[in-house]
Design a protein around this ligand. Structure first.
Ligand code: CA
Length: 320
Protein backbone atom coordinates (compact mmCIF):
# COMPACT_ATOMS: atom_id res chain seq x y z
CA UNK A 1 0.00 0.00 0.00
CA UNK A 2 1.22 3.44 -0.82
CA UNK A 3 1.39 5.54 2.29
CA UNK A 4 2.86 8.99 2.10
CA UNK A 5 6.34 8.98 0.75
CA UNK A 6 8.89 9.60 3.40
CA UNK A 7 9.65 12.36 3.76
CA UNK A 8 11.55 14.48 6.09
CA UNK A 9 14.01 12.81 8.37
CA UNK A 10 14.72 14.32 11.75
CA UNK A 11 17.52 11.94 12.60
CA UNK A 12 21.18 12.72 12.19
CA UNK A 13 21.58 11.38 8.70
CA UNK A 14 25.00 12.51 7.64
CA UNK A 15 25.58 11.01 4.22
CA UNK A 16 27.01 13.72 2.01
CA UNK A 17 26.25 13.73 -1.68
CA UNK A 18 28.49 15.56 -4.05
CA UNK A 19 26.83 18.71 -5.27
CA UNK A 20 26.66 18.65 -8.99
CA UNK A 21 24.88 20.72 -11.60
CA UNK A 22 22.70 18.45 -13.70
CA UNK A 23 20.43 20.81 -15.64
CA UNK A 24 20.80 24.35 -17.00
CA UNK A 25 17.69 26.18 -18.16
CA UNK A 26 18.02 29.50 -19.99
CA UNK A 27 15.11 31.79 -19.12
CA UNK A 28 14.87 32.96 -22.73
CA UNK A 29 14.20 29.38 -23.90
CA UNK A 30 11.12 28.99 -21.67
CA UNK A 31 7.43 29.37 -22.36
CA UNK A 32 6.78 32.98 -21.36
CA UNK A 33 3.58 34.70 -20.33
CA UNK A 34 3.40 38.45 -20.89
CA UNK A 35 4.47 40.92 -19.80
CA UNK A 36 7.69 38.84 -19.54
CA UNK A 37 9.81 39.26 -22.68
CA UNK A 38 13.23 38.20 -23.93
CA UNK A 39 15.84 40.95 -24.04
CA UNK A 40 19.27 40.75 -25.65
CA UNK A 41 22.16 42.23 -23.70
CA UNK A 42 25.77 41.07 -23.91
CA UNK A 43 27.11 39.68 -20.67
CA UNK A 44 24.14 37.51 -19.84
CA UNK A 45 24.28 33.77 -20.40
CA UNK A 46 23.54 33.28 -24.11
CA UNK A 47 23.49 37.12 -24.19
CA UNK A 48 19.79 37.07 -23.36
CA UNK A 49 17.60 37.32 -20.30
CA UNK A 50 13.89 37.61 -19.53
CA UNK A 51 12.78 41.01 -18.27
CA UNK A 52 9.47 42.73 -17.52
CA UNK A 53 8.68 39.95 -15.05
CA UNK A 54 5.79 41.98 -13.73
CA UNK A 55 2.34 41.14 -12.46
CA UNK A 56 0.85 38.18 -14.32
CA UNK A 57 4.05 37.03 -15.96
CA UNK A 58 5.43 33.52 -15.75
CA UNK A 59 8.33 31.47 -17.04
CA UNK A 60 7.52 27.79 -17.60
CA UNK A 61 9.78 24.84 -18.40
CA UNK A 62 8.27 21.48 -19.29
CA UNK A 63 9.77 17.99 -19.35
CA UNK A 64 12.71 18.89 -17.14
CA UNK A 65 14.47 15.60 -16.47
CA UNK A 66 16.20 14.69 -13.25
CA UNK A 67 17.61 11.21 -12.56
CA UNK A 68 15.91 10.50 -9.23
CA UNK A 69 12.91 11.63 -7.22
CA UNK A 70 13.99 13.93 -4.43
CA UNK A 71 15.07 17.37 -3.35
CA UNK A 72 17.23 19.50 -5.63
CA UNK A 73 18.70 22.94 -5.25
CA UNK A 74 17.26 25.37 -7.79
CA UNK A 75 19.69 28.22 -8.50
CA UNK A 76 18.23 31.37 -9.99
CA UNK A 77 20.49 33.82 -11.85
CA UNK A 78 19.09 37.34 -11.89
CA UNK A 79 19.67 41.05 -11.97
CA UNK A 80 17.59 43.54 -10.06
CA UNK A 81 17.92 47.04 -8.69
CA UNK A 82 15.39 46.34 -5.96
CA UNK A 83 14.76 43.63 -3.40
CA UNK A 84 12.40 41.30 -5.18
CA UNK A 85 11.21 37.73 -4.85
CA UNK A 86 10.08 34.86 -7.03
CA UNK A 87 7.80 31.91 -6.40
CA UNK A 88 8.87 28.60 -7.94
CA UNK A 89 6.38 25.81 -8.43
CA UNK A 90 7.38 22.28 -9.41
CA UNK A 91 4.53 20.11 -10.74
CA UNK A 92 1.64 20.19 -8.26
CA UNK A 93 3.83 20.89 -5.27
CA UNK A 94 3.44 23.94 -3.09
CA UNK A 95 5.40 26.98 -4.20
CA UNK A 96 8.77 27.76 -2.71
CA UNK A 97 10.26 31.23 -2.65
CA UNK A 98 13.58 32.93 -3.19
CA UNK A 99 14.40 36.55 -2.47
CA UNK A 100 17.01 38.72 -4.12
CA UNK A 101 19.63 39.48 -1.54
CA UNK A 102 22.07 41.50 -3.63
CA UNK A 103 21.17 44.04 -6.25
CA UNK A 104 22.85 45.57 -9.26
CA UNK A 105 22.80 49.18 -10.42
CA UNK A 106 21.02 48.97 -13.74
CA UNK A 107 18.03 46.93 -14.86
CA UNK A 108 19.67 46.06 -18.16
CA UNK A 109 23.22 45.36 -17.15
CA UNK A 110 25.08 42.54 -15.45
CA UNK A 111 26.67 41.55 -13.07
CA UNK A 112 24.34 38.65 -12.57
CA UNK A 113 23.90 37.28 -9.08
CA UNK A 114 22.27 34.05 -7.95
CA UNK A 115 19.83 32.92 -5.29
CA UNK A 116 18.54 29.47 -4.42
CA UNK A 117 15.51 27.60 -3.32
CA UNK A 118 14.83 23.87 -3.00
CA UNK A 119 12.43 21.86 -5.13
CA UNK A 120 11.05 18.36 -4.76
CA UNK A 121 11.24 16.82 -8.24
CA UNK A 122 10.19 13.47 -9.63
CA UNK A 123 12.17 11.15 -11.82
CA UNK A 124 11.70 12.03 -15.47
CA UNK A 125 9.76 15.02 -16.76
CA UNK A 126 8.90 17.89 -14.46
CA UNK A 127 7.10 21.17 -15.04
CA UNK A 128 8.72 24.13 -13.33
CA UNK A 129 7.05 27.53 -13.20
CA UNK A 130 8.66 30.77 -12.00
CA UNK A 131 6.52 33.77 -11.11
CA UNK A 132 7.06 37.12 -9.39
CA UNK A 133 6.17 36.99 -5.72
CA UNK A 134 4.06 38.18 -4.00
CA UNK A 135 1.20 38.20 -6.50
CA UNK A 136 0.75 41.69 -7.90
CA UNK A 137 4.39 42.64 -7.58
CA UNK A 138 7.27 42.56 -10.05
CA UNK A 139 10.14 40.11 -10.04
CA UNK A 140 13.81 40.45 -10.94
CA UNK A 141 15.23 40.03 -14.43
CA UNK A 142 15.97 36.35 -14.92
CA UNK A 143 18.93 35.04 -16.89
CA UNK A 144 19.07 31.29 -16.28
CA UNK A 145 18.34 28.55 -13.78
CA UNK A 146 20.36 25.54 -12.67
CA UNK A 147 19.30 22.34 -10.96
CA UNK A 148 21.90 20.93 -8.62
CA UNK A 149 22.00 17.74 -6.62
CA UNK A 150 22.15 18.54 -2.96
CA UNK A 151 22.90 16.93 0.35
CA UNK A 152 19.25 16.11 0.76
CA UNK A 153 19.37 15.06 4.37
CA UNK A 154 21.40 18.05 5.43
CA UNK A 155 19.12 20.51 3.68
CA UNK A 156 16.06 18.93 5.22
CA UNK A 157 17.70 18.79 8.62
CA UNK A 158 18.60 22.47 8.58
CA UNK A 159 15.47 23.66 6.82
CA UNK A 160 13.56 24.40 10.02
CA UNK A 161 15.87 27.36 10.64
CA UNK A 162 16.04 28.69 7.08
CA UNK A 163 13.66 31.58 6.57
CA UNK A 164 13.68 30.91 2.81
CA UNK A 165 12.31 27.37 3.15
CA UNK A 166 8.57 27.30 3.69
CA UNK A 167 7.97 23.65 2.85
CA UNK A 168 9.66 20.55 1.45
CA UNK A 169 7.76 17.70 -0.13
CA UNK A 170 4.43 19.08 0.95
CA UNK A 171 1.28 18.87 -1.11
CA UNK A 172 -0.19 22.16 -2.20
CA UNK A 173 -2.54 23.72 0.34
CA UNK A 174 -6.19 23.53 -0.62
CA UNK A 175 -9.67 23.55 0.84
CA UNK A 176 -10.63 20.58 2.96
CA UNK A 177 -11.90 17.65 0.91
CA UNK A 178 -11.99 13.87 1.03
CA UNK A 179 -13.25 11.08 -1.20
CA UNK A 180 -16.53 9.36 -0.45
CA UNK A 181 -17.59 5.84 -1.44
CA UNK A 182 -20.81 6.90 -3.16
CA UNK A 183 -23.25 9.71 -3.81
CA UNK A 184 -25.13 9.04 -0.58
CA UNK A 185 -21.92 9.66 1.33
CA UNK A 186 -21.40 12.94 -0.47
CA UNK A 187 -24.93 14.01 0.44
CA UNK A 188 -24.36 13.11 4.06
CA UNK A 189 -21.32 15.37 3.96
CA UNK A 190 -19.50 13.97 6.97
CA UNK A 191 -15.77 13.56 6.40
CA UNK A 192 -15.52 11.24 9.36
CA UNK A 193 -18.19 8.93 7.94
CA UNK A 194 -16.26 8.36 4.71
CA UNK A 195 -14.65 4.92 4.48
CA UNK A 196 -11.56 6.75 3.21
CA UNK A 197 -11.04 8.74 6.39
CA UNK A 198 -9.03 7.63 9.38
CA UNK A 199 -8.42 9.80 12.42
CA UNK A 200 -5.01 9.73 14.06
CA UNK A 201 -6.32 11.47 17.17
CA UNK A 202 -5.68 9.60 20.38
CA UNK A 203 -2.74 8.59 22.51
CA UNK A 204 0.71 9.14 21.04
CA UNK A 205 4.13 8.63 22.60
CA UNK A 206 5.75 11.98 23.25
CA UNK A 207 9.26 13.19 24.01
CA UNK A 208 10.11 16.77 24.97
CA UNK A 209 13.57 18.28 24.39
CA UNK A 210 14.73 21.73 25.42
CA UNK A 211 16.37 22.46 22.09
CA UNK A 212 16.94 20.83 18.69
CA UNK A 213 20.35 19.46 19.68
CA UNK A 214 18.74 17.46 22.50
CA UNK A 215 16.07 15.76 20.44
CA UNK A 216 16.10 11.96 20.20
CA UNK A 217 17.99 10.51 17.26
CA UNK A 218 16.70 7.74 15.07
CA UNK A 219 13.22 7.63 16.57
CA UNK A 220 11.66 7.35 13.13
CA UNK A 221 12.95 3.76 13.00
CA UNK A 222 10.14 1.24 13.63
CA UNK A 223 12.09 -0.63 16.32
CA UNK A 224 13.01 2.50 18.32
CA UNK A 225 12.26 1.98 22.03
CA UNK A 226 9.91 4.73 23.20
CA UNK A 227 8.79 2.98 26.41
CA UNK A 228 10.17 5.80 28.56
CA UNK A 229 8.33 8.50 26.64
CA UNK A 230 5.17 10.21 27.88
CA UNK A 231 1.71 9.24 26.71
CA UNK A 232 0.06 12.36 25.39
CA UNK A 233 -3.40 12.94 23.97
CA UNK A 234 -3.41 14.28 20.43
CA UNK A 235 -4.55 16.87 19.66
CA UNK A 236 -3.21 18.84 22.59
CA UNK A 237 -0.86 21.66 23.49
CA UNK A 238 2.21 20.18 25.08
CA UNK A 239 2.84 23.30 27.18
CA UNK A 240 -0.54 22.81 28.85
CA UNK A 241 0.01 19.08 29.25
CA UNK A 242 3.40 19.88 30.82
CA UNK A 243 1.89 22.35 33.30
CA UNK A 244 -0.83 19.93 34.35
CA UNK A 245 1.58 17.05 34.79
CA UNK A 246 4.37 18.78 36.70
CA UNK A 247 6.83 18.83 33.83
CA UNK A 248 9.71 21.26 33.74
CA UNK A 249 9.01 22.08 30.10
CA UNK A 250 8.49 25.40 28.35
CA UNK A 251 5.41 27.06 29.83
CA UNK A 252 2.80 28.65 27.57
CA UNK A 253 4.07 31.78 25.82
CA UNK A 254 1.76 34.26 24.13
CA UNK A 255 3.00 36.83 21.64
CA UNK A 256 0.61 38.71 19.41
CA UNK A 257 2.70 40.70 16.93
CA UNK A 258 6.33 40.05 17.81
CA UNK A 259 8.69 37.21 16.97
CA UNK A 260 8.99 34.57 19.71
CA UNK A 261 12.76 35.23 19.63
CA UNK A 262 15.03 38.22 19.14
CA UNK A 263 15.26 38.51 15.34
CA UNK A 264 18.66 38.73 13.71
CA UNK A 265 19.67 39.18 10.07
CA UNK A 266 18.87 35.51 9.36
CA UNK A 267 15.73 35.38 11.53
CA UNK A 268 17.09 32.29 13.24
CA UNK A 269 14.59 30.83 15.67
CA UNK A 270 17.62 30.08 17.85
CA UNK A 271 17.92 33.81 18.59
CA UNK A 272 17.99 34.88 22.23
CA UNK A 273 14.86 35.01 24.32
CA UNK A 274 14.21 38.17 26.30
CA UNK A 275 15.05 37.52 29.95
CA UNK A 276 11.59 38.41 31.23
CA UNK A 277 9.76 35.86 29.09
CA UNK A 278 8.13 32.77 30.52
CA UNK A 279 11.08 30.77 29.28
CA UNK A 280 14.48 31.91 28.20
CA UNK A 281 17.79 30.83 26.81
CA UNK A 282 17.80 27.65 28.92
CA UNK A 283 15.37 26.17 26.45
CA UNK A 284 15.68 27.77 23.07
CA UNK A 285 13.22 26.38 20.59
CA UNK A 286 11.96 23.27 22.42
CA UNK A 287 11.24 20.23 20.24
CA UNK A 288 8.42 17.73 20.67
CA UNK A 289 8.77 14.30 19.10
CA UNK A 290 5.69 12.16 18.58
CA UNK A 291 5.35 8.47 17.67
CA UNK A 292 2.24 6.55 16.74
CA UNK A 293 1.59 3.22 15.06
CA UNK A 294 -1.51 2.75 13.02
CA UNK A 295 -2.82 0.39 10.38
CA UNK A 296 -4.46 1.45 7.17
CA UNK A 297 -7.59 -0.47 6.14
CA UNK A 298 -6.80 -3.30 3.74
CA UNK A 299 -9.31 -2.00 1.21
CA UNK A 300 -7.29 1.18 0.79
CA UNK A 301 -4.83 -0.93 -1.18
CA UNK A 302 -3.89 0.90 -4.36
CA UNK A 303 -5.30 4.23 -3.23
CA UNK A 304 -3.19 7.33 -2.73
CA UNK A 305 -3.23 8.14 0.97
CA UNK A 306 -2.44 11.57 2.37
CA UNK A 307 -1.71 12.49 5.95
CA UNK A 308 -3.10 15.82 7.07
CA UNK A 309 -2.15 17.78 10.17
CA UNK A 310 -4.52 20.50 11.23
CA UNK A 311 -3.15 23.19 13.46
CA UNK A 312 0.46 22.10 13.89
CA UNK A 313 1.73 25.62 14.45
CA UNK A 314 5.51 25.79 14.09
CA UNK A 315 7.75 23.91 11.68
CA UNK A 316 7.39 20.17 11.82
CA UNK A 317 8.63 17.05 10.07
CA UNK A 318 6.75 13.87 9.33
CA UNK A 319 8.66 10.60 9.12
CA UNK A 320 7.05 7.39 8.12
CA1 CA B 1 20.16 33.72 -20.49
Amino acid sequence: MKAWACILLLGGMSAVKAQERIVTLEAEDAELTLPAVVKSVPGYSQNQYVGNNDNGSSIVFRDVDVPDEGIYEFKIYYTSVENRSVAVKANDRAETYATVVNTTDNWDLPPVDSMSTFLYLRQGGNTIKIMPYPVGSGGPNLDKFEIWTTDVDASVEGAWDDVNVTNINREEAHTLSISYADAAGVREGSLEASPYYQSLNGTWKFHWAKDPASKPQGFEQPDYDDAAWDDIAVPTVWQVYGMRNGKNWDPPLYVNVSYPFVPTATYSVMGDRPSDWTYNNDMKNPVGSYRREFTLPADWEGRTVYVRFNGAGPGYYICG
